[in-house]
Design a protein around this ligand. Structure first.
Ligand code: GLP
Length: 259
């Protein structure tokens, strides 16, 4: 009879959302200033806003040489983009990245990559984007947020661990959650998006899953307790050898177990 191994995800719990943001921002900067040749994998969403704000703050403290290095060697790939939206649309993830990171940090916009939401053929664009990431050597450090239904990127449940970069239809609950960027109107949130799949996410060398706020307590609790399953796409992360969950106390309030 084989012993049953409980699911395990390395977990760091910090006092507040701000503490999480500055911890994660420091790791992103260390990654870009270190020897990692692979690009960063970046995420959007409300969880990431304070992370990028903390990154800008930490960047201001760097020595001039490091700041130049950061700009010169920046290369990142975002997880996803809405189908139909271009960078000029304020609801697009391209616009989010420009206002939170690319603009204030003075990065070359060409070094902050996202799928092209306006591509005529989203399926072909997904294949092109995945091939571009492979050609760049794959993702080094992948930053992830957690959807209320357990999605990572836009990998809505049910989702296999072998899912690849593709166009996906968004669930009603995800469109509701993301409506704030669309004047609060869920119907204005595009129905489709291009997302990296679990295959590309799990191919990253390291993964940081950032979870903050009491609203995420239920889904984080499920993630820390359940075995990998298509119903909770983030649970496939348990199969990755170098993933760490960084959460604040509020997000952990619903978690009933974990390392
Ligand atoms: C969004 C994004 C994800 C993000 C997640 C959580 O829809 N596609 O990349 O991490 O859902 O979003 P939030 O941080 O706003 O809760």
């Amino acid at each position: 009879m084989s012993a049953v191994t409980p699911p395990r995800l390395a977990l760091t719990v910090l006092e507040s959302r701000e503490a999480v943001a500055s911890h994660v921002a420091r790791q992103l900067l260390a990654d870009r200033l270190g020897p990692e040749p692979r690009p960063l994998g970046l995420a959007t969403g409300t969880t990431m806003e304070p992370v990028y704000a903390a990154l800008l703050e930490a960047e201001r403290e760097l020595l001039d040489g490091h700041r130049q290095h950061l700009r010169r060697h920046w290369r990142s790939y975002n997880l996803d983009e809405y189908v139909g939206l271009g960078s000029g649309d304020p609801g697009s993830f391209a616009a989010f990245m420009h206002s939170c990171l690319t603009g204030p940090l003075g990065l070359d916009p060409a070094s902050v990559r996202l799928p092209d939401g306006q591509a005529a053929d989203p399926q072909a664009e997904a294949g092109r984007y995945a091939a571009e990431i492979r050609a760049a050597g794959g993702i080094g450090l992948q930053l992830l947020g957690l959807g209320l239904n357990g999605h990572v990127g836009f990998n809505e449940p049910p989702c296999a661990a072998t899912s690849c970069c593709r166009p996906v239809q968004l669930s009603a609950s995800t469109r509701r959650h993301n409506a704030a960027a669309f004047a609060g109107d869920p119907a204005a949130v595009p129905e489709w998006a291009i997302t990296l799949g679990l295959e590309e996410i799990l191919a990253a060398r390291r993964i940081l899953l950032v979870v903050t706020g009491a609203g995420k307590a239920d889904v984080l609790g499920r993630l820390l307790c359940q075995r990998p399953s298509p119903e909770l796409p983030a649970s496939w992360l348990q199969r990755h050898p170098a993933v760490r969950v960084i959460a604040d106390r509020a997000a952990l309030s619903g978690a009933t177990s974990g390392p």
